[in-house]
Ligand binder design. Sequence first.
Ligand code: BG6
Length: 511
Amino acid sequence: MIPDPPDPNPLRDAQDRRLPQIAGPCGMVIFGVTGDLSRKKLMPAIYDLANRGLLPPGFSLVGFARRDWAHQDFAKIVHDAVKEYSRTDYREEVWKQLAKGFRFVPGDFSDDVAFAQLRDTIEDLDRERGTAGNHAFYLSIPPRFFPNVIGQLKEHGLAEDRPGAWRRVVVEKPFGHDLKSAQDLNNIVSQVFPPEAVFRIDHYLGKETVQNILALRFANQLFEPVWNANYVDHVQITMAEDIGIGGRAGYYDGIGAARDVIQNHLVQLMALTAMEEPTSFDAQSLRTEKQKVLRSVQLPDDLELDTSRGQYAAGWAGGEKVKGFLDEEDIPKSSTTETFAAIKLEIDTRRWAGVPFYLRHGKRLGRRVTEVAVIFKRAPHLPFTRTATEELGQNALVIRVQPDEGVTLRFGSKVPSTAMEIRDVNMDFAYGGAFVESSPEAYERLILDVLLGEPPLFPQHEEVELSWRILDPILEHWAQRGKPEPYPSGTWGPASADEMLARDGRVWRRP
Ligand code: BG6
């Protein structure tokens, strides 16, 4: 018999990493359980995980809010949310098993009695459902309440690890609203929870297509040799939404597009696109490489010309007339909050010197699309007549984050005819066509990772600080400039965004 060849990677994990891991005994407490995020994302994701068999049988979910609810009322709220928003099919037996672990604790964040009741509830769950002292506290609440909640968790002994058991805290963005407030927030959290127990959610990092950026770059030989300033002309990272702010005026006004999306989601996408290959995919190696990119970011010399900010005016969305931002409910007419932001950044490294990264995000734009487009330089020489290549653009590799997830490669091809005429064509990979599995929701992946204690997809405080260091000067500049430029809903943002690229001899993609 021929012996097996030696394993080329003897250090490979003994466990087959294709199999999803199941969380051990544990529970989760959600603060802010009446909010939109909780109903539309967290509760459905917990059900989806249970449905996929990835939660332990005794998993328990405790809701904490200022509502006069009994456990059954809470269960009904979760049930409705699951029915409406979960990704996987509804199965009564899964629901029944999951719902046995639901508890509700009424109270507000300064209510000592309520936190004492929360402690008792958790201890009961440990006894009744075998949650073994392992609990994650999910703060789906505005950051101004963090000091209260974190302080209460400490006061009532809820934050301490017990022998053989863990306590973790999950915080949602915004992580502060500038560098200083992010540092303050971090001080509050870190006084009570050690760094390895803090899970900061940037839900873009939980998206399959975002994780695929690393697979595409580092699992293939094809792309990395051209992934640098020798071949890349510029990179455009777009997160466009067709929706307005909906009922989120309270959150959005004073925050705006740059703080809401660019500081976190788009800066993370840029870091993944630009970073060097990590030595492994563990949290520390990934963070080290991302941080190197963020430290190398250079702001444009002229913050006026190389940034753009806008505010949606009345217009059209999905064939319907929609109102402008200043006419949205609870938005003051004098609001200077931007709903569109575009910025140009450069990364001062050998790999990226001279390659602009353009980041743009807006609400009420032409359509919903998130993509990373790497646009290549033109060929140095074209052995064709000018007329033959009139319709030839630049090669591009576009990572389609959503919707219509996939990757497109654009290159020139001869138009069939007797003449030589070259035009752009697209080669497409679509998740739907290549895989039978549907992608899990970002929150499924992230909640499971919290319960497993897997940190790679969660930004550390250093990354958050570094991204505020990038954004702060831009935000300060804008604060002195008064009102953002209006753009009609349904268009692609203000004229200044187009002018910003036109000055560099480039145009925004219209995905
Ligand atoms: C959130 C922002 O982080 O991301 C919202 O606060 C935005 O304003 C949302 O609408 C978009 O998420 P997704 O996953 O739908 O692209």
